[in-house]
Design a protein around this ligand. Structure first.
Ligand code: GUN
Length: 281
């Protein structure tokens, strides 16, 4: 499953929607916030800003030092919340030690929360109606749809229980009538579980391969959200070359889910802009 290809199609559509919004007098603007100088966060943000440029979404960056106070960060978010020119707000995670991440996320006004992490947005998703949903899980669903992987009636196994990936993905799959199992570090007999999966999604990010050929059901769909740097090279959770011979569908790393996350951020920025002007796009 080629994330670059599908992300390209999503971006084309977003570029059209930007033009539509401009006809209604709105030039979508995404504000990103980086706290500290984590190189991975800086790199993700560069990718996100480059993508906004590509589709005609304006963006601005706000960079606070790692030793900035919680109050200072929350004051910045209040300012972005109340600025009518700002349509989307993204605080790159993780925050440096000492910040209360939950309070920061709760400070973002829900209709500008393009990461879909605010409890209001997470709650809506869990209740079965989807508005602004987290970008990586949304990207996974788009990939499965594009490649016509059957979701309804399937058994999906997710290795991850974070608010950014595992939980929202479980809800998206459940909303599409999959039977979902969420696994984590305390799950007994993990490989016994993964071998039953029609759709297996792994987001662990450790140096050793989490998903090997004998963990996978033949002809299943394997989605790799893990990302680790090993000897300077980016690698996923899945032992691609070997699992590729067993699975029916598989995502590469890089070039799988990563580009989909960015494309869905663009889509969420359009959605947030449309919600703000009461427009259906
Ligand atoms: N850190 C890793 N992935 C993400 C993401 O999708 N959004 C934010 N805000 N932080 C992240």
């Amino acid at each position: 499953m080629d994330g670059k290809l599908v992300a390209g199609a999503v971006k084309k559509q977003v570029a059209q929607q930007v033009l539509q919004l401009e006809k209604h007098g709105t030039k979508p603007l995404l504000a990103t916030v980086q706290v500290g100088d984590d190189p991975a966060s800086a790199s993700y943000l560069r990718t996100k800003h480059k993508a906004t440029d590509e589709v005609g979404i304006r963006s601005e960056t706000h960079h606070l030092p790692a030793d900035a106070s919680q109050d200072k960060l929350e004051a910045l978010l209040t300012q972005l919340n109340t600025n009518p020119k700002v349509n989307g707000i993204l605080v790159q995670l993780p925050l440096p030690p000492g910040f209360n991440e939950e309070k920061v996320i709760e400070r973002i006004i829900p209709y500008k929360d393009v990461d879909g992490l605010h409890p209001i947005n997470a709650g809506k998703l869990a209740a079965g109606y989807e508005e602004l949903v987290p970008c990586t899980p949304k990207g996974v669903i788009k990939l499965l749809n594009y490649y016509k992987v059957p979701v309804a009636g399937s058994k999906a196994v997710i290795i991850n229980r974070s608010n950014l990936v595992g939980r929202p993905l479980a809800n998206l799959l459940l909303n599409r009538d999959a039977t979902v199992t969420v696994c984590h570090s305390k799950t007994p007999n993990l490989s016994g579980m993964t071998r039953t999966a029609d759709i297996l999604i792994s987001a662990v990010g450790k140096e050793i391969f989490q998903v090997r050929a004998d963990h996978v059901k033949p002809n299943s769909a394997v989605v790799d959200i893990g990302l680790t740097r090993v000897n300077g090279r980016l690698r996923g959770d899945v032992e691609f070359d070997k699992v590729n011979r067993v699975a029916g569908y598989i995502t590469p790393v890089p070039g799988g889910v990563g580009p989909m996350t960015v494309a869905c951020l663009l889509e969420n920025t359009i959605l947030a802009s449309s919600i703000q002007i009461g427009l259906k796009v």
